[in-house]
Design a protein around this ligand. Sequence first.
Ligand code: SF4
Length: 457
Amino acid sequence: MLLRHTPKEIGERKAVNINPAKTCQPVGAMYAALGIHGCLPHSHGSQGCCSYHRSALTRHYKEPISASTSSFTEGASVFGGQANLLQGINNIFSVYEPDVIAIHTTCLSETIGDDLPQIKKKAEQEGKIPEGKYVIGASTPSYQGSHVTGFSNMVKAMVDFSEKTDTKNGKVNIIPGWVEPSDMEEIKRMAKLTGVDTIMFPDTSGVLNGPMTGEYKMFPAGGTTIEELKSTGDSVGTLALGEWCSADAARTLDKKCKVPCKVLDIPFGLKATDRFVDTMRTVAGVSVSDELVYERGQLVDMLTDNHQWTYKKKVAIAGDPDHVIAMVEFLLTLGMEPVHVVTGTPGKKFEKRIKELTKDKDFEVNVKARGDLFLLHQWIKNEPVDLLICNTYGKYIARDEDVPLLRWGFPILDRQGHQYFPTVGYKGGLRLLEKILGLLLDRKDRDSSETKFELVL
Ligand code: SF4
């Protein structure tokens, strides 16, 4: 029992998080920046922060993550990091030749009070940013928000590129939120099937799930290009997937270039995917393609065929707000009961949304934003569940409480496949359901007595 000290009794606890269900802002900013083609993320802080953020992403995506750092030492910590950053910008453009440097701050540079826009202006004045190259920046202090906030802040910084001309480009911007590269590919595939011409930003497909070619490329072929980012200001609309990850950028673009936006849930599960497809159909003024209707039918068929295994099963779930909201809705579609729901990211809207989704159900739901895995574990001790859905850190609870674990979200450190196989859309819904059923039926096989052990369940 690795977590044997977790007590069943829940006491009042305000000042401390135990086993947080989140990580720090720059991790999200770094992931978002990798979704721009030819971009080098830059961490304005100490080397230790940058190493941690890179390794967190490397361990999840199983790819080398390139990023540079302002390498603060004692001097920069006292006098500010401007000199380091100016030197850094000069070195990075000379040595690595990226198209863009995407700078995010850290706790240290934020506490000192370094002013990124002012340093960027100085770099321009001193000719440190070559013609045709760009620097963008996002403020990402880790004592606020979470990795989700950092992701959102960097996506919002990408709106700096947008330009509005007199001619619309006929495209729809899709801001996919923090999803896997495989999910971004799947969202683009669904848009293509619907006949919608899109600009996705950020887009890590082809960056963090590319093939092994035998040749190292510091800047892989994928990612949103600068031309595409500029063109977002001429698009006919923006679909922002996820209130926490994507809405800020979409609203900023609307304000800057008058590109109307719609904020939707990330299309995990049947209903959220229906809303996404329906919105795309409306925006493009087309009918839903036969292929998508077929795929939807397959998902409906599979969830109907297997309802007896999922019905009334209790689930505990922890993850990022945009993910968890859509997943809770999918679990309800399956007849399951998400009784314990936690996100580490702050935001009371999260609790409200989960309560709205579960309000007519005949079970009580425990829900907490800015919660942690310690609390989730305590809830499970008080009301056991049939399934836990969490990132890799959930494995300790799953082992102690002997509950099947569906690894889903960020980070997944000890399993493979998330970069290659989507969980968004109808196809992704099939995969999620297959995984859930596999876990529940394996458990049934394991626990059945010899007289009840069936060849065919
Ligand atoms: S010091 Fe702040 S930015 Fe750096 S790793 Fe820690 S929480 Fe993240």
